[in-house]
Design a protein around this ligand. Structure first.
Ligand SMILES: CC(C)(COP(=O)(O)OP(=O)(O)OC[C@H]1O[C@@H](n2cnc3c(N)ncnc32)[C@H](O)[C@@H]1OP(=O)(O)O)[C@@H](O)C(=O)NCCC(=O)NCCS
Length: 164
């Protein structure tokens, strides 16, 4: 898990362009480098402004670009709080990488941010993402229809801080 770099743009665009990721994230068919670059810039900007954001993921054994995972805390009135999220190239699904990165992001978020709970915002149809959230200890808390995505309600999954 490392910060995004300018040279990630093609590999990140390739992740977003896969049929499976486009379908899961409801991205347009022509999603490409422009969208990927803006997304990377948004991640780095969020780190700078708020200390939240997602990391680029590399496979340790090969150095291959795998996707992204981490925190997301946008300036939106109806957003529940710091979200933990993930998106991987389908070639790297089924290996536990999202759960591994998600666990590291949860630990980082609770150490570096004074919050009582973390959230994961997941569409009801996205069972793969729900499974990652469940493996990390999140439970479904409520359904919410966001102003930026009025088509259908998202599930808000929540993980409360536990005293250790
Ligand atoms: C959501 C997403 C990241 C889940 O990916 P994933 O590979 O299923 O999740 P994980 O990396 O946690 O891997 C879990 C799978 O790896 C297997 N696995 C293998 N080794 C494992 C390990 N060491 N630890 C955990 N799981 C392991 C698990 O059994 C599980 O397989 P299964 O799906 O057959 O039960 C992926 O589907 C994705 O990128 N989707 C598109 C983007 C998206 O929807 N993002 C979320 C928006 S809310």
């Amino acid at each position: 898990m490392r910060p995004f770099r300018e040279e990630d743009v093609d590999a990140y665009a390739a992740v977003l362009q896969t049929r499976q990721v486009r379908a899961s994230l409801h991205l347009p068919d022509d999603v490409g480098r422009e969208h990927a670059w803006l997304g990377m810039a948004q991640q780095l900007g969020q780190w700078e402004l708020r200390g939240t954001g997602q990391w680029a993921l590399e496979e340790q054994a090969t150095g291959a670009f795998v996707g992204r995972a981490g925190m997301h805390f946008p300036e939106r009135g109806d957003w529940p709080g710091i979200e933990i999220g993930w998106a991987l190239h389908p070639d790297y699904w089924g290996k536990g990488y999202a759960t591994e990165a998600g666990a590291a992001a949860v630990e980082y978020a609770f150490v570096h941010h004074h919050v009582d709970a973390l959230y994961s915002v997941i569409l009801p149809e996205n069972t793969a993402s729900q499974a990652v959230a469940r493996r990390l200890g999140f439970t479904l808390w409520e359904q919410r229809t966001f102003s930026h995505f009025p088509e259908m309600p998202h599930g808000i999954w929540r993980l409360q801080r536990t005293e250790t």
